[in-house]
Design a protein around this ligand. Structure first.
Ligand code: ARG
Length: 585
């Protein structure tokens, strides 16, 4: 039996073809095939009702017409029934489930199946994107892990993804940093931790300038020299940025994130003049109190609160460089889609940016890409306020990751004191970093969430330790049986699923394509997390109820097939979320 990856898409196409065969207006008919409540089937077509109502037809009769026009090959694969006023329900037959699971036997096969979703579409994903000369803190973790999961998911589903870090590497703070660098630099501290030293230099310089207007004037002159392109100031600024990027990369490495580009704000500073010109020509930008601004008269707030694209002192800003970034990403990267991941505090900025871009691109006949501002809430401490250290400072990202690994190491040591230390460190790395990541990705990103070490490191519930442990359990089934989960010999000769638990698990597995669809359509990784958690639970019930290594060869093979695919789907899914999985722990 030939089965494709995306069963819902197949059913959709089959119903559309049936509409033609049955003499309906196929062009106007959208079958709307969706995953169904498992009690009613695997998929449900909801589109008949709307179609029939609009034409004053009896929906049940229309559904019957469609069902009888379905080809025999499809009826062989599913039990088809009509429910309620005219829903069509499809339940996968055990033999279809078996064929589907046999076909999708490797991550590469899953990927090639999923590739139809975003085939060849080019996305630029802008995430992480911190300011340079500063350490990253806990607030940056969300943008990094959500952004990386989105990149992996889109690439898995066939998109070409460019990872771009839009560094905040240009701005008035550099006057202070350069001044600090020239007067207060601690070379040893710079060698140890450049970002920490730059942050200190900024603070020290700032304090010195507050106390002494002459110093403030010197810092201001540093900025002027930098903005005017003075070779010496530019060289020092470049050095600060290069050291910053090198330090940031060490943390990105640790989190398995590799950017294709670090095109920060400074990269666009020579491209803003053309934008002032184009937007003014198009009648979109106007002078207001010395600044150049864009009003959006149709918008309740932005009619009076304009988008400032050039400051009154003539300097470019976050808005002007972001406009230049839009154009560059479309022209240079041929982006079909642009995704920017930041917290919700930047909502207004991106709303104004997008409104302006649409009008500007239309006035200049540019191709308009798809744009999504992917936002997220705040990580809270137990007190319900943004999480802080005891002394009230923001928690440094590096410290958070260190603590995650230390805590996981203590846990692993308690559970398996006899493992060699190197193994315990390796497990702790996967569990600790995985826990921080998964805690974030398992929440709807729009919500704030309370960060609690005990909760995220628990082996119970929807956590990384639980899922990573579930993976090792399946590995151990194969290990004990002396089999390799990747070797098809173990699962050859399987016959169709029979028992309630076999069927429940195989149907849960067949739900993966729909989950990938929803996750990428909404760019919300928690849909995938929830699925993986449920899959692990369904597997647990199956494994508690059925013996896998039985004498009867076809039964053993089909149960091993369920184990092997559960393992493959869990591992593939967790890798998409950025977790590293283990064979034992
Ligand atoms: N650097 C900014 C910040 O730290 C985020 C940049 C997001 N990307 C963009 N194209 N504006 O808040």
């Amino acid at each position: 039996m030939h089965v494709t990856f995306n069963l819902a898409a197949d059913l959709d196409a089959a119903l559309k073809a049936a509409a033609t065969t049955a003499g309906l207006e196929a062009d106007a008919f959208n079958p709307e095939v969706r995953p169904a409540d498992p009690r009613h089937g695997d998929f449900q077509a909801n589109g008949v009702l709307g179609y029939a109502k609009a034409r004053k037809l009896n929906p049940r009769a229309t559904a019957e017409q469609l069902v009888s026009a379905l080809p025999d090959t499809l009826r062989e694969g599913y039990d088809v029934s009509i429910a309620g006023p005219g829903f069509i329900n499809f339940t996968l037959k055990p033999a279809t489930l078996l064929a589907w699971l046999q076909t999708h036997d490797t991550a590469a096969h899953l990927k090639s199946g999923a590739a139809a979703l975003y085939h060849g579409r080019r996305y630029v994903v802008d995430y992480g994107s911190p300011n340079t000369a500063k350490q990253m803190h806990v607030g940056h973790v969300r943008s990094i892990v959500i952004g990386e999961a989105i990149c992996r998911l889109l690439a898995f589903c066939g998109a070409e993804v460019t990872r771009d870090n839009h560094l905040g590497d240009w701005g008035t703070q550099f006057g202070m940093i350069l001044y600090g660098y020239r007067h207060f630099l601690d070379h040893a501290a710079l060698a140890r931790d450049p970002l920490e030293e730059f942050e200190r230099l900024y603070k020290v310089a700032n304090a010195a300038c507050k106390a002494d207007p002459a110093k403030l004037e010197q810092a201001r002159l540093e900025l002027v020299r930098l903005q005017q392109g003075d070779a010496d100031a530019v060289a020092l600024w470049q050095q600060v940025n290069q050291l910053s990027i090198d330090s940031l990369k060490a943390i990105y490495d640790r989190l398995g994130v590799t950017y294709d580009f670090f095109l920060g704000e400074s990269f666009y500073r020579d491209r803003v003049a053309a934008i002032y010109h184009e937007l003014t020509e198009a009648g979109l930008a106007v002078e207001s109190q010395g600044a150049l601004v864009v009003f959006h008269p149709e918008h309740p707030r932005f009619a009076t609160q304009p988008f400032i694209i050039r400051k009154s002192d003539g300097a470019s800003n976050y808005a002007s460089t972001d406009l230049a970034t839009m154009a560059y990403r479309v022209e240079h990267f041929s982006a079909d889609g642009i995704i920017v991941v930041t917290d919700t505090r930047q909502n207004d900025h991106f709303e104004q940016l997008w409104l302006t871009t649409q009008k500007w691109f239309s006035a200049t006949n540019r191709r308009l890409p798809e744009f999504q501002h992917v936002t997220f809430g705040t990580i809270l401490g137990e007190d319900g306020k943004a999480i802080k250290t005891r002394s009230g400072d923001p928690i440094k990202l590096q410290d958070l990751l260190d603590e995650a690994e230390e805590r996981a190491f203590a846990l692993v040591t308690e559970k398996s004191p006899d493992l060699p230390e190197a193994d315990r460190r390796d497990i702790a790395n996967a569990v600790g970093l995985g826990a921080v990541r998964y805690a974030d990705l398992s929440q709807n990103r729009s919500s704030d969430y309370v960060f609690n070490w005990d909760k995220i490191l628990s082996f119970d519930g929807n956590t990384a330790p639980y899922l990573l442990y579930a993976v090792t359990r399946v590995h151990s089934i194969f290990r004990k049986a002396g089999l390799d989960p990747k070797d098809s010999a173990a699962t050859a000769g399987a016959n169709a699923f029979e028992s309630e638990h076999e069927l429940a698990l195989s149907r849960k597995l067949a739900g993966l394509p729909a989950v990938l669809n929803t996750t990428t359509a909404q760019l919300r990784p928690h849909f995938l997390s929830t699925y993986l958690y449920e899959l692990a639970g369904t597997f647990s019930s199956f494994y508690a109820a059925e013996k896998v290594i039985v004498d009867e060869a076809p039964v053993r093979a089909r149960r091993l097939l369920l184990c092997a695919r559960t393992l493959l789907f869990l591992e593939t899914g967790l890798h998409l979320l950025g977790l590293r999985t283990l064979a034992r722990m």
